[in-house]
Design a protein around this ligand. Structure first.
Ligand code: G3P
Ligand code: MG
Length: 348
């Protein structure tokens, strides 16, 4: 058979297994690395008893910046180079919706960052809550735009404009204002602000980049996440209209995210290590039973998965000792370093 051109197989790399990592609560907490994470990365890069490199990718529900920017942050935090070719964040799959919706409301994140991400994904017309408040300051009675926001916001007459879909890209920095605007749209006639539907079933669809009720950051206890905003919006929509809100969430534990991760890992192993076959086992290290363990287990058991996905739960994030995880991992260990050593030990 003719060999395909490409990266020649690298020596000193294991081709039979790989790792995939969650970020918050496993590698990072509140912007700082979890100490064992740095050593864990060194082990993967050859500091192990076989002296072999072990391929790995990152699959986070977080977001709010371009994949490139997130990788630069992570490279600095973990003291090694991380490429967008080994990285998926919560909003990465939203890229595939750019062909479907033209004019979209993008919610969440710092300043204009998520607008930049959405435009980079190919969305043609990206609107932010700031644009809407600039057009009509009475939209949110207690929220005033800063001078910088006023400057960046793009004004138009939203009463005459149809918004085709709502995308929550990252955590809202202003729940009250963002929820008001989202509900206005959900209850509108075809996404035209200032209108009210009589049936409450003609507003634009809403997509969330993930559904984590809580996540692990600088506080000792888990903090509210995007899934909490979703639950809150569902409750308000029901209270206001009597109807159930239909919404969609990407990210873990969705099977599609794990399929996406499988393709990314396959490409990454091929491009970087010259390995042109899937690994037999992928060790997924996470801290949130509902997202990481559930997704890994369900994907592993689904006919869509061609290899074994093995869930490892760590004790540095959302999961706390003493509580019984609703989704049971294959192994529970203290830190990400223990998780890496556990996987390696099973392979020797
Ligand atoms: O907002 C981010 C958070 O919900 C989870 O991130 O890395 O733990 O999937 P991660
Ligand atoms: Mg996590």
């Amino acid at each position: 058979a003719l060999s395909t051109p490409g990266t020649p197989p690298e020596t000193g790399v294991t081709d039979s297994y790989a790792f995939a990592f969650d970020i918050d609560g496993v590698l990072i907490r509140g912007g700082k690395p979890i100490p064992e994470a740095i050593e864990a990365m060194k082990v993967l890069n050859g500091k192990n008893e076989m002296g072999l490199k072990i391929p790995y990718i990152f699959v986070t529900n977080g977001g709010g910046k371009t994949e490139q920017e997130r990788c630069l942050d992570l490279s600095r935090q973990l003291e090694l180079e991380i490429s967008p070719g080994q990285f998926i964040c919560g909003h990465t799959p939203m890229k595939e919706m750019a062909a479907k919706y033209k004019s979209v409301l993008v919610v969440g994140g710092e300043g204009e960052k998520c607008r930049v991400v959405a435009e980079g994904y190919g969305f043609e017309d990206v609107i932010t809550p700031g644009d809407i408040i600039k057009d009509n300051k009475n939209t949110t009675p207690f929220r005033k735009l800063t001078d910088e926001e006023t400057e960046n916001s793009r004004v138009r007459n939203f009463g005459e404009h149809e918004i085709d879909a709502i995308f929550v890209f990252a955590d809202s920095r202003d729940w009250a204002g963002d929820q008001q605007i989202i509900l206005d749209l959900l209850m509108s006639k075809k996404g035209k602000l200032g209108t009210r539907s009589e049936t409450f079933d003609e507003g634009p669809p809403i997509y969330f980049s993930h559904n984590d009720i809580v996540w692990s950051t600088s506080h000792d206890l888990s903090r509210l996440g995007m899934g909490a905003l979703r639950a809150s919006l569902e409750a308000m929509f029901k209270a206001l209209t009597g109807k159930d809100l239909v919404s969609t969430a990407f990210g873990k534990p969705q099977i599609g995210t794990f399929q996406f991760a499988t393709r990314l890992l396959q490409q990454w192993r091929k491009d970087t290590h010259g390995i042109n076959k899937p690994p037999e086992t992928v060790y997924f290290v996470g801290d949130t039973p509902e997202s990481d363990v559930r997704g890994t287990n369900e994907y592993n058991e689904s006919p869509l998965s061609e290899n074994t996905w093995y869930s490892i739960l760590v004790r540095t994030g959302v999961f706390k000792e003493g509580t019984k995880p609703r989704f049971v991992p294959k192994a529970t260990v203290d830190t990400v370093l223990d998780a890496v050593l556990h996987g390696i030990k099973r392979e020797i």
